[in-house]
Design a protein around this ligand. Structure first.
Ligand SMILES: Nc1ncnc2c1ncn2[C@@H]1O[C@H](COP(=O)(O)OP(=O)(O)OP(=O)(O)O)[C@@H](O)[C@H]1O
Ligand SMILES: [Mg+2]
Length: 280
């Protein structure tokens, strides 16, 4: 099956300051995959994902969404397929109330009025926005504003859902909502890209990680492979979740990925397993 996102030799140079933010990036993402995008500040993550919604156009190279070259497409034309939750919600939200904000996207896509209302109610319930419904988005604090940004895209039900740093600066309750959102999107068959510094979040939800360093994708592999690659981790100044680090230190065979754990549950299962083997 054709990949839902295909990137071929993509370069991006910002005219201001002549900064090359992406260099020779090629990758494929299949329908239904959950992808983490990681890398240091300024490595090019946001620049990369903005190409998938047409907010940025390649300086060189090609980006295809569902087989279609994005070059001539406007953001509005891609919006039915791709939803982007901005890193900074202030760049995304513009309506006078949360309710209007949530209605705008599906109305714009021509979704029938009744269904728009249904989707808005679902989003309000899912994200717990009941008390914010009639407030101006700028009157609510940053973490909740970010949730409104997610809810806004959720009401559009895009095939590809892109989250840019959804948990940065979020408290535990909001982070849990982001987990639930990603899992729900996965169950609904969406393709999800999550740009994040939050390795715990990613280790629990993604199938594959794209690692960026200095404008290049330097690794494209499973979380277990990425976390166990010392050189990649050190050179990107990223740290695996603590439970993964512990398993990396304890494992006997440095070439085996089975002993690299991503969660406390996996660690418990592994230690039970080895206890049983010792008894035998
Ligand atoms: N609008 C812009 N004009 C000029 N340069 C920019 C612009 N946006 C980003 N850059 C530069 O491009 C490079 C990549 O930035 P980008 O925002 O894609 O990184 P990032 O990996 O998302 O970083 P962060 O983790 O801080 O969000 C950086 O050097 C940044 O300063
Ligand atoms: Mg960014």
């Amino acid at each position: 099956m054709e990949p839902i996102i295909k990137v071929e030799n993509l370069w991006h140079t910002y005219p201001t300051g002549n900064i090359t933010a992406l260099r020779e990036v090629s990758l494929n993402i299949n329908r239904g995959e959950l992808i983490g995008v990681i890398g240091q500040n300024g490595s090019g993550k946001t620049t990369l994902v903005k190409h998938f919604i047409g907010l940025l156009k390649p300086t060189r190279g090609k980006v295809f969404i569902d087989g279609e070259d994005t070059e001539p497409l406007k953001v509005q034309q891609l919006a039915a397929k791709v939803g982007y939750v901005y890193q900074n919600p202030n760049h995304q939200l513009f309506a006078r109330t949360v309710q209007e904000e949530l209605e705008f996207g599906p109305n714009n896509l021509g979704v029938p009025k009744e269904e728009v209302q249904e989707r808005v109610e679902q989003a309000i319930k899912f994200f717990g926005l009941e008390e914010l419904r009639y407030l101006h988005p700028y009157r609510i604090g940053f973490p909740l504003r970010k949730l409104v940004g997610m809810a806004t895209i959720y009401t559009m039900k895009p095939d590809i859902f892109i989250l840019d740093e959804p948990t940065t600066g979020q408290d535990n309750i909001t982070t849990q909502k982001v987990y639930r959102l990603i899992k729900k999107l996965r169950d609904e068959g969406a393709t999800v890209l999550c740009v994040a510094h939050d390795m715990i979040l990613l280790s629990e939800v993604v199938d594959r990680m794209l690692v960026l360093r200095d404008s290049e994708v330097i690794m494209d592999a499973s979380p277990r492979e990425v976390f166990s690659n010392n050189e990649i981790m050190a050179s990107t100044h990223l740290a695996p979740p603590q439970i993964t680090s512990l398993s990396l230190n304890l494992r006997k065979n440095k070439n085996k990925l089975d002993d690299v754990v991503l969660s406390v549950d996996e660690m418990l299962a592994l230690s039970k397993d080895s206890n049983q083997k010792e008894k035998i």
